[in-house]
Design a protein around this ligand. Structure first.
Ligand code: MG
Length: 291
C-alpha cells in the first residue's frame, strides 16, 4: 500500500490526473513539461487502483478489468458538417469560441495551435474552454493523437487529452489503438467509471469521431436531484448507452458530485498529448414540443 501511495503521489505530481476540471480551476491547470515521460509499461503494472465503484465489481483503474475487444469501425470515419441549428465551436480556422483558464481564475486567449484545419493541444498552455456554456447537449468532436516526438511514452502518458463536459465529466482522449492502460482510462472511457464497450480507436495519425449525447445533472442546493447521463458513439459505434455518471471525474478517489450551474463550459483537456481536434459543433437539447 505504501508503495502504491507513493506512486500515486508521483503520478499526480507528474500531471496524470484528469484536470483541468472546473472544480479545480481556481488555479491554472497543471501540465507536465513537454516531452516528459510519464508512464512505462512496468509502471502500468504498479498503477494505483482506487475505490470500489458502486454497482460494479471493479475498482477505479482496476488492473484486472478486461480490455474491451478491438472493433474496426466502418471507414471512412464520418465527418459531418454542423447542422443548421448547431453552434460551431471550431471550424478549423480559429479559436474565437474558446478561452484558456489562467492563474487566479481569470480567462485569456486560448493558446493552442491552429493549423491545417485542426487545433493542436499545447499542454503548457493549459486546457481550453468554450466561452459559451452548455447543459444538455449533442456534441460532435473529432480527434487524433500523434506518435510522440521521442520514445518512452506509454499508457496515460501517450496522447492524453480529454473532452470534459461542463468542465467536469471527462470522456478520455488517448492513444488507444496500440497503447495499453487501465481499461477505465482508455480512449472512449468515462474516466474512472467505465471503459468503452468495445475499442474502435484508429491508429495514431488517423481521425476519430465522438458523437456525445449528454444530460446535465440537476442540483437542489448540495443535493443531486438528477444525475448526469452520457451516451457516446465512438467512430460510429455505440460504446456507452445513457450511462449514469457518479460525479466529477477524479483520479483514484471515487468521483462525486460538486454542485454547479445548469450550464458550464465545455473543456478540452491539456495533458500529455500530442493530440489534435477538428470539426467541433454542439446542439443544445431542449426536449420535445419546445419551439
Ligand atoms: Mg485525459
Amino acid at each position: 500500500m505504501q508503495t502504491r501511495r507513493k506512486f500515486a503521489l508521483k503520478v499526480v505530481a507528474a500531471g496524470m490526473s484528469t484536470f483541468p476540471l472546473a472544480g479545480q480551476q481556481a488555479t491554472a491547470p497543471q501540465a507536465p513539461p513537454a516531452g516528459r515521460r510519464v508512464e512505462t509499461p512496468e509502471e502500468y503494472e504498479k498503477h494505483p487502483e482506487g475505490d470500489p465503484i458502486p454497482g460494479q465489481k471493479w475498482k477505479v483503474h482496476d488492473l484486472q478489468r478486461p480490455q474491451p475487444p478491438k472493433v474496426t469501425p466502418g471507414l471512412p470515419i464520418a465527418s459531418p458538417s454542423a447542422p443548421a441549428d448547431a453552434i460551431v465551436l471550431f471550424d478549423g480556422k480559429d479559436l474565437s469560441q474558446w478561452v484558456s483558464r489562467q492563474r487566479g481564475g481569470g480567462v485569456g486567449e486560448a493558446k493552442w495551435k491552429v493549423e491545417n484545419g485542426y487545433v493542436e493541444m499545447v499542454s503548457q498552455a493549459g486546457g481550453i474552454e468554450t466561452k459559451e456554456k452548455f447543459g444538455d447537449c449533442q456534441l460532435h468532436v473529432e480527434w487524433t493523437t500523434m506518435p510522440p516526438s521521442e520514445p518512452g511514452h506509454y499508457g496515460q502518458g501517450r496522447g492524453n487529452s480529454g473532452v470534459a463536459l461542463m468542465g467536469r465529466y471527462e470522456i478520455q482522449v488517448l492513444s488507444g489503438f496500440d497503447n495499453k492502460t487501465y481499461a477505465d482510462g482508455m480512449a472512449g472511457s468515462l474516466y474512472g467509471l467505465y471503459p468503452p464497450m468495445v475499442n474502435p480507436t484508429r491508429p495514431e495519425g488517423e481521425w476519430n469521431a465522438y458523437d456525445i449525447f449528454f444530460e446535465a445533472p440537476h442540483f437542489d442546493g448540495a443535493k443531486v436531484v438528477k444525475p448526469a447521463y452520457v451516451t457516446l458513439i465512438f467512430n460510429g459505434i455505440l460504446v456507452h448507452h445513457r450511462v449514469e455518471l457518479i460525479g466529477t471525474t477524479s483520479i483514484t478517489p471515487l468521483a462525486k458530485y460538486q454542485p454547479h450551474a445548469a450550464e458550464e463550459s465545455l473543456v478540452l483537456q491539456a495533458h500529455v498529448g500530442p493530440a489534435r481536434f477538428r470539426n467541433i459543433w454542439i446542439r443544445r437539447l431542449k426536449g420535445y414540443d419546445v419551439i
